[in-house]
Design a protein around this ligand. Structure first.
Ligand code: GTP
Ligand code: MG
Length: 201
């Protein structure tokens, strides 16, 4: 799929104040600093569409970006940044979970996980919560440029084995890098197929 037009629409503090669009939405979630905003920019083909930062905790609102005037990419705040207050962590998680449970036009969520890290309890619990709430999701392993192909495949094998302790079937998994643009075609095709299938139904 070619991205021909991108447009920032709105930042919202709560799901109630999100724009009423009725258009399909694909959202990025994950721990703080996992690379959500960077991946969104990489997919959109615009370096500064969503704000990124080397300091975790940058994105604190629900950000809507209209793509090709047809569908939305949504940049969500990160969860689990230990160096903010427990109160703020709770608030951010509540914003994310409220959006995920109540946003009717969310077609698929992408859970982003930094491929360099061992499985973390908060990610595993979050994935379990997604399952319990029947939220359709895929996993994107981010920052693949930071590992050699050998280390990357060992890290992914380990992750898959951990996931299989919780899940009978693995979700769709993408390997991505916002630096080398790895995974861009695959992710855009995945989104394009979902859009096509649902217009056929
Ligand atoms: P929060 O909004 O704070 O939750 O973070 P985020 O998940 O949106 O992460 P963001 O995209 O802001 O990126 C965090 C840091 O990781 C930045 O310094 C990015 O430049 C870096 N980064 C993101 N993706 C990649 C990647 O694919 N490769 C490399 N090498 N660095 C990346
Ligand atoms: Mg961000």
């Amino acid at each position: 799929m070619k991205i021909t037009k991108t447009q920032f629409l709105k930042s919202s503090r709560t799901v109630e104040t999100c724009p009423v669009t009725g258009k399909p939405e694909f959202a990025f979630v994950g721990r703080s600093n996992a690379g959500k905003s960077s991946l969104l920019n990489m997919l959109a083909g615009k370096r500064k569409l969503a704000k990124t930062s080397s300091t975790p905790g940058k994105t604190k609102l629900i950000n809507h970006f209209l793509i090709n005037e047809e569908w939305y990419l949504v940049d969500l705040p990160g969860y689990g940044y230990a160096r903010t207050s427990k109160k703020l962590q709770k608030e951010l998680l509540a914003i994310i979970q409220d959006y995920l449970v109540n946003r009717q036009n969310l077609w698929c969520l992408f859970e982003l996980i930094d491929c360099r890290h061992k499985p973390q309890q908060n990610d595993m619990l979050f994935l379990r919560w997604l399952g319990m709430n029947h939220i359709p999701f895929a996993i994107c392993f981010t920052k693949s440029d930071k590992l050699s192909s050998q280390k990357l495949s060992a890290s992914l094998d380990y992750y898959r084995a951990e996931l299989l302790k919780d899940w009978e079937i693995l979700p769709e998994i993408f390997i991505t890098s916002s630096v080398s643009r790895t995974g861009r075609d695959e992710l855009l095709s995945f989104i394009e197929n979902m859009l096509k299938q649902n217009t056929l139904n």
